[in-house]
Design a protein around this ligand. Structure first.
Ligand code: FCB
Length: 472
C-alpha cells in the first residue's frame, strides 16, 4: 500500500450544472432555453426524457448543500441558468431568478462551501437562439451583459467565476454534429459558434472585472483529451495531429497564447475572413483559472470521409469502457503535463529555459499571467443499484476516482501546480441526450421519489477529503 497526500490548500469539490439538476424549467418567470426546446422535440433524447424536473435542485437546494457539507466539500461548481435570470436573454432581469441564486450562494457560504459559479453550461435562452444564437456575434455581447448583471449581483459573495463550460462541446455537439441543442448539423456553424463563445469569454471577463465588488478570479473550463493513433502508420499519426489541433489546440491556444490554429483547416480560412475581427484573439487572451474536464482519451485513425479532420475515433479492443467512454486514467496526467509543458515552459515566451513558471507570474509583456489549473470535472457513469440493505456499493466508481487522483498527484509531482479536483457529479442527474441512463453521482437519486442516498463512493470521497489523500 502507498499513501498519497495532497497539499493542505488543495480544493476538493463536486460539479453540477443548472439544466442537469435544477428542474423548475418554467417556474418563477424563467424563460425557455434551447435545452427546453430540444428535449421537447420528439426523438432527441433517450426515452423521450426531459430535464423539466430532473432532481429538483431548485426546490431542494438546502438538502443538497447539507449533503455537500456531509461530504466535506470545500467547493461546489454550479452554473446559473441564463434564461432564469434573463428570460429573454437580454433586457429586464427576473428578480425571482436572481433570488434563487442568492439563496443558493448564501446557503453554500453558510456551510463554508466556496461557490464556483459558471455562467454558461449550454442552456442558451431560446429567445437568443431565435436571433441566431452563438452563430451571431451579438450573442457574445449579450453574454457579457448577462455576466455583468450577475457580477453586480453576486460578486460581493462569489469570488470564483467560470465563464463557460466546455465551449467546444457546446459549439460542436450543438452546431456541427447536432446531437445536442440547438441541434444544427453544419460544420461552419460549429466553428462560428466556437469563435463567438470564445469572444464572449473575453468580453465578459472585461465587463465583470469592471463591475466587481472585489477582485475576482475569472476562468473557463475546457474539455481536453490526449489524442493517440490507432496504429503507428504515418496516416494515423497525421490524423492525430489534425485531431489534436481541432480539439485541444483550438481551445488552448486562444486563451493561453492569444493565437488560433483555426487556419490549419479549410473552414478556418472562411471563418478568418468573415467572422474573426481584428482584436478578437487579444480579447480572449485572459484567464485566471484554467479548468480542465477530463473523462477519456481519443484514439483516431485516418478516414477521409470525415469532414475537417479526416479522422475517425475508434475504440481499441481489450480496454475498459464505461459504456460512454474508454477508461484511461493516465490521460489526465498527460493532459496536465502537456498543458504545463507546451504553454508555460519559459521557452514559450521566447526566454531561456530556467525554472518552470509559477501561478500568477506574467507570461509575457501582454500582462497575461499563468492561470491556476484545476480539474473541474472527472467521473464515470456506473449502472448503480441499491443493495437490499439500502447501500450503493459502487466500487467501480471508487476505483475510477482513485486511479485518476493517483495520476493527478503524479502530474503534481512532475511540477504541474494543480489546485483542485471537482468530481462530476455531486448527484445522479440528467445526462443530456442520454437522459437518465448514465448515473454519474456520488449521491444516488431514486427518480421516483427523488430521495438522495450517499453512495459508497461518496463516503470514500469524504474520507479522501478528510485525510487530504488516501492509501491505494
Ligand atoms: C461533460 C459535461 C457535463 C456532463 C459530463 C458527463 O462533458 O460538461 O455536463 O454531462 O460531461
Amino acid at each position: 500500500m502507498e499513501k498519497i497526500t495532497f497539499p493542505k490548500d488543495f480544493i476538493w469539490g463536486c460539479a453540477a450544472s443548472a439544466y442537469q439538476v435544477e428542474g423548475a424549467w418554467n417556474e418563477a418567470g424563467k424563460g425557455p432555453s434551447i435545452w427546453d426546446t430540444f428535449v421537447h422535440t420528439p426523438g432527441k433524447i433517450a426515452n423521450g426524457e426531459t430535464g423539466d424536473i430532473t432532481v429538483d435542485h431548485y426546490h431542494r437546494y438546502k438538502e443538497d448543500v447539507a449533503l455537500m457539507k456531509e461530504l466535506g466539500l470545500d467547493a461546489y461548481r454550479f452554473s446559473t441558468a441564463w434564461a432564469r435570470v434573463l428570460p429573454e436573454g437580454t433586457g429586464t432581469a427576473n428578480q425571482a431568478g436572481l433570488d434563487f441564486y442568492d439563496r443558493l450562494v448564501d446557503e453554500l457560504l453558510k456551510q463554508k462551501i466556496e461557490p464556483y459559479l459558471c455562467l454558461f453550461h449550454w442552456d442558451l435562452p431560446q429567445a437568443l437562439q431565435d436571433k441566431g444564437g452563438w452563430t451571431s456575434r451579438d450573442t457574445a455581447y449579450a453574454f457579457a451583459d448577462y455576466a455583468q448583471l450577475l457580477t453586480r449581483h453576486l460578486s460581493d459573495r462569489v469570488k470564483v467565476w467560470m465563464t463557460h463550460n466546455e465551449p467546444w462541446v457546446a459549439a460542436m455537439a450543438g452546431h456541427f454534429s447536432g446531437e445536442h441543442a440547438p441541434g444544427l448539423n453544419e460544420p461552419l456553424a460549429g466553428f462560428k459558434a466556437l469563435h463567438h463563445i470564445f469572444l464572449s469569454h473575453g468580453l465578459a471577463a472585461e465587463a465583470m472585472r469592471a463591475s466587481a465588488k472585489q477582485p475576482l478570479k475569472v476562468g473557463i473550463t475546457l474539455n481536453l483529451n490526449p489524442v493517440h493513433p490507432a496504429s503507428e502508420s504515418k496516416r494515423d499519426r497525421e490524423a492525430v495531429k489534425r485531431m489534436d489541433t481541432a480539439l485541444n489546440r483550438l481551445q488552448l491556444d486562444p486563451f493561453l497564447k492569444g493565437t488560433s490554429p483555426v487556419q490549419d483547416f479549410a473552414l478556418g480560412k472562411i471563418l478568418n475572413k468573415s467572422i474573426v475581427q481584428p482584436g478578437d484573439l487579444e480579447k480572449m487572451h485572459t484567464l485566471d483559472i484554467l479548468g480542465i474536464n477530463y473523462y477519456t482519451r481519443t484514439v483516431v485513425k485516418y478516414d477521409r470521409k470525415f469532414p475537417v479532420v479526416a479522422a475517425v475515433q475508434v475504440q481499441p479492443e481489450g480496454n475498459e469502457y464505461s459504456g460512454m467512454w474508454e477508461i484511461y486514467p493516465e490521460g489526465i496526467y498527460e493532459v496536465l503535463t502537456r498543458v504545463w509543458k507546451d504553454y508555460f515552459s519559459p521557452l514559450h515566451a521566447g526566454l531561456m529555459p530556467a525554472s518552470p513558471r509559477s501561478v500568477g507570474e506574467k507570461v509575457d509583456d501582454s500582462g497575461v499571467k499563468v492561470p491556476e489549473i484545476m480539474i473541474t470535472e472527472n467521473g464515470i457513469p456506473v449502472p448503480d443499484g441499491v443493495d437490499y440493505d439500502g447501500r450503493i456499493r459502487d466500487e467501480r466508481r471508487i476505483r475510477y476516482i482513485c486511479n485518476h487522483l493517483v495520476q493527478v498527484h503524479r502530474a503534481m509531482e512532475a511540477g504541474v501546480p494543480v489546485k483542485g479536483y471537482f468530481h462530476w457529479s455531486l448527484m445522479d442527474n440528467f445526462e443530456w441526450a442520454l437522459g437518465y441512463g448514465p448515473r454519474f453521482g456520488l449521491i444516488y437519486i431514486d427518480y421516483k421519489t427523488l430521495d438522495r442516498t450517499i453512495k459508497d463512493s461518496g463516503l470514500w470521497f469524504a474520507k479522501v477529503i478528510q485525510d487530504n489523500g488516501f492509501e491505494y
